[in-house]
Write a new protein. Structure first.
Length: 134
């Protein structure tokens, strides 16, 4: 009998440190993207300033769930506003109101998405949002 070994990752405990990617000998786990600070991000975004002006476009922050990181995104959103760059946030909305409230002055629009699998299924989502934002 062949014993099957598996490695399970508890995603709920993952803090995205990336050490598993460094140790993964098959290359099955890899880190995509690169860490960037606010200044680096702003410089990257500003490369497209002409396009934003001509198209009346801007930056949409998405994720994952961007509103789970209100401190970092608050600094980024403020920096973008200081540069007069329009900002949208793509969110499921399933975060505490306090995560949203202090970002409101810097957000021009929200794209609120939710997933549903049939008629009447949004009731569960509504209840989740009410629990998150009583
Ligand atoms: S090693 Fe780091 S990135 Fe990989 S699963 Fe564990 S906590 Fe997450």
């Amino acid at each position: 009998m062949i014993k099957k070994e598996t490695i399970n990752i508890k995603r709920s405990l993952c803090n995205a440190c990336g050490k598993c990617a460094q140790e993964c000998y098959t290359g099955a786990i890899e880190v995509l993207g690169q860490p960037m600070g606010i200044d680096d991000l702003l410089e990257e975004v500003k490369k497209d300033s002409v396009i934003y002006r001509q198209s009346h476009g801007g930056v949409t922050i998405s994720g994952g769930e961007p509103l789970l990181y209100p401190a970092f995104n608050g600094r980024l959103l403020k920096a973008l506003k200081d540069e007069a760059i329009s900002v949208g946030v793509d969110t499921c909305g399933y975060v505490p109101w306090i995560n949203i409230e202090h970002l409101l002055p810097y957000i021009d629009f929200f794209s609120l998405g939710y997933q549903t699998y049939g008629p009447g299924k949004t009731q569960g989502i509504d209840r989740c949002l009410q629990r998150a934002n009583p």
